[in-house]
Design a protein around this ligand. Structure first.
Ligand SMILES: Nc1ncnc2c1ncn2[C@@H]1O[C@H](COP(=O)(O)OP(=O)(O)OP(=O)(O)O)[C@@H](O)[C@H]1O
Ligand SMILES: [Mg+2]
Length: 285
């Protein structure tokens, strides 16, 4: 860790990002051999929003996320996170910036030989090697409970958890370092509708109480309607539109129309309208 990065890690709680756009992607190109996944893709994520990222399977949503967090070095273009260049940095640079985001990967990616608590401790040990074990366990227990798991889950192994619990354990690990920015790749995939709705509520609550910015890749139309402030649409190797669902519906793009205005899209909208009617005070009540 460079001196500058150490200093950034130490003072990051005092100096939260105050700019308007914690993520700025400009002119991104990603190629794998002869396959071009992204061509001149640009996107700005606003501070404090939950931005939903949608697109057909294989359009490069996960590759975009991996590029932003520095795991995929793009062929061209620039990416800034918290005003620091990710694309120009070597993998071991920018540790100060890296400690300010948390990631829930598609599929969860917990270490199967570690308990839930030990999984949450991994990033803590990496960034704060001098923390005493007792404090480490305490922080891990707190993050596990923050993610809506019972305290006993701390000592369970991933194989002993249900799919929904694994997602929450992954979320606990993503929250380990008190991030300002949270990346969630398909967090509700594979959950039943009730479990998915509960995970959505948790995401929204965490965003509000912890002041997070959330980059949320999803196919889940209910999630998009219920918790996303804006939605970015990936198609034709670019982000072709960003806006509220209402704004997107006004666009004349076939994929957008089919996605949001097809039978599933309309059902999600109807369900959102029903749930907001339920929240309104009843006349005469
Ligand atoms: N490391 C890699 N090497 C070669 N090709 C890759 C690599 N990573 C991704 N790709 C290719 O890039 C394309 C986009 O993949 P990506 O995983 O980003 O899709 P996605 O939009 O997340 O899809 P899904 O909705 O199914 O998760 C795919 O065609 C994939 O095969
Ligand atoms: Mg993906």
């Amino acid at each position: 860790m460079s001196e500058e990065d150490t200093a950034t890690a130490e003072t990051r709680h005092l100096a939260r990002y105050r700019g308007d756009y914690p993520i700025v992607v400009d002119g991104l190109v990603n190629r794998f051999g002869s396959q071009t996944v992204h061509e001149d893709l640009s996107l700005k994520v606003r501070r404090g929003e939950i931005i939903g990222v949608v697109g057909g399977s294989g359009t490069g949503k996960s590759v975009l996320m991996r590029s932003i967090i520095g795991l995929q070095h793009p062929s061209e273009g620039s990416i800034e996170v918290f005003g620091r260049s990710i694309t120009d940095a070597e993998p071991d640079q920018n540790l100060g910036v890296r400690s300010r985001w948390g990631v829930l990967f598609q599929g969860g990616a917990l270490f199967s030989t570690l308990t839930v608590g030990e999984n949450v401790e991994v990033p803590l040990r990496q960034f704060y090697p001098d923390i005493e074990d007792e404090l480490l366990h305490e922080i891990a227990r707190y993050k596990v409970m923050l993610s809506g798991l019972p305290e006993e889950a701390v000592s369970k192994y991933p194989s002993e958890l249900s799919g929904g619990m694994k997602k929450r354990a992954g979320l606990a690990r993503a929250l380990a370092l008190d991030p300002e920015l949270l990346f969630l790749d398909e967090p509700t995939a594979g959950l039943d509708p009730i479990g998915a709705a509960a995970f959505d509520r948790l995401t929204r609550e965490l965003k509000e109480t912890l002041g997070l910015t959330v980059f949320l890749i999803t196919h889940d139309l209910d999630t998009l309607h219920e918790i996303c402030d804006r939605v970015a649409v990936l198609a034709d190797k670019q982000v072709i539109a960003v806006g509220t669902i209402e704004e997107l519906l006004a666009l004349d793009h076939p994929w957008i129309q089919e996605y949001f205005n097809g039978p599933r899209g309309r059902a999600a909208l109807a369900s959102k309208e029903r749930s907001s009617m339920d929240k309104q005070p009843k006349a005469g009540a």
